[in-house]
Design a protein around this ligand. Structure first.
Ligand SMILES: NC(=O)c1ccc[n+]([C@@H]2O[C@H](COP(=O)([O-])OP(=O)(O)OC[C@H]3O[C@@H](n4cnc5c(N)ncnc54)[C@H](OP(=O)(O)O)[C@@H]3O)[C@@H](O)[C@H]2O)c1
Length: 319
């Protein structure tokens, strides 16, 4: 099968598309023929070798943590899904470097799968799992809800677009940071207040917040706008003991991918309650995957970057 892979850590030039065997299925896995995958910032951090402690992989490594496609094989223990089902997932990459989603076939554990909503296409579906579940799980940990004020940093980014919409669905008042040209965009997702981080310090305009969803490693500023009972979770940094010594709760947060949470998001999409915003689409070629990484590394994607792996089947086009 065709797969985008790396044989060494480094810059985007390390990425190339070549042939690899299809993954061999374990009993609890299904094989998905990939229609689309997406880029997350962790992809290029891992490509650079910054995640080696967390992921001690053997080369070649197929990167990619989002898949949308059709099941072509099921393992002997798989109960709920069958060949032909349209699904999406945030799969795990194994230590042997296999199962990344920049590939024509991805093996995914059954408990990480969800049925793809029929009202979105595969490109849109591939944009959801990692970013959408990260948005959802951290907002739940922040105990965002009616009457609560939350700051969502980087609202126009891959995680931010989902976090704004989900926080509004949870009933919260949402402030977010974005460049001026993205102000109307993040408002269209539901943000109540937008701070242009180039010109305005959040500490000058926000006070007594219940929650801060930090995606830009601005932990001190986040703590400064919290109530004493407030909570900050960062998904892009590691709070120091000093930052954790105050009355507020300050911690790092990580995604734990589950089919259950992805199904929760899929149901919101079916009800047209969650918009999926695509920044750009690239093909699964060496040039395409390198350009997609460069775009993500710009730190200014507006929504999600997707990689089209196969032509969409006609029946799956958006209705
Ligand atoms: N721990 C986990 O499980 C986990 C999971 C997912 C992501 N993450 C991390 O979360 C972070 C966000 O990921 P992402 O995929 O959403 O990133 P992304 O899509 O690359 O974010 C791009 C957005 O960031 C905004 N931005 C850039 N610098 C900013 C700043 N100083 N202040 C406010 N906004 C700024 C840009 O806004 P403008 O263009 O409007 O300027 C752009 O819309 C990354 O560090 C990623 O590694 C962690």
């Amino acid at each position: 099968m065709k797969a985008a892979q790396i044989n060494a850590y480094g810059d985007a030039d390390q990425l190339f598309v070549g042939d690899l065997p299809k993954p061999k299925l374990a009993a609890d896995e299904v094989l998905v023929a990939t229609y689309a995958t997406s880029i997350n910032t962790i992809d290029w951090k891992a490509r650079e070798g910054l995640m080696q402690k967390m992921f001690p992989w053997q080369f070649p490594v197929v990167l990619g943590w989002d898949v949308a496609g059709v099941i072509t094989e099921v393992g002997s223990d798989v109960k709920t899904f069958k060949v032909g089902d349209e699904v999406f997932a945030r799969p795990d990459i194994y230590q042997d470097g296999t199962r990344g989603s920049y590939a024509e076939y991805v093996a995914v554990r059954e408990n990480q799968l969800a049925s793809k909503p029929a009202n979105i296409d595969f490109n849109q579906a591939a944009a959801v799992p990692l970013a959408g579940m990260t948005a959802l799980q951290i907002l739940r940990k922040l105990e965002v809800g009616p009457g609560k004020k939350v700051l969502i940093q980087a609202g126009a980014g891959g995680v931010g677009i989902f976090a704004i919409q989900l926080a509004k669905l949870m009933g919260a008042y949402v402030a977010t940071t974005a460049s001026a040209h993205n102000a109307d965009f993040v408002k269209s997702l539901g943000a109540d207040e937008v701070i242009d981080y180039h010109t305005t310090k959040i500490t000058d305009v926000l006070h007594d917040y219940d929650a801060v969803y930090d995606m830009v490693n601005a932990i001190d500023e986040g703590i400064a706008i919290l109530k004493p009972t407030g909570k900050l979770i960062t998904i892009s940094g590691y709070p120091t003991p000093e930052q954790q010594a105050g009355p507020q709760t300050v911690e790092s947060g990580y995604l734990a991918a589950t089919g259950e949470d992805l199904t929760y998001l899929a149901n919101l999409i079916r009800e047209d309650k969650l918009q999926i915003i695509l920044d750009a689409e690239f093909p699964l070629t060496t040039e395409g995957i390198q350009a997609a990484h460069h775009r993500s590394e710009s730190h200014h994607a507006k929504g999600k970057i997707v990689i089209k792996v196969r032509e969409q089947p006609v029946a799956s086009a958006r209705v």
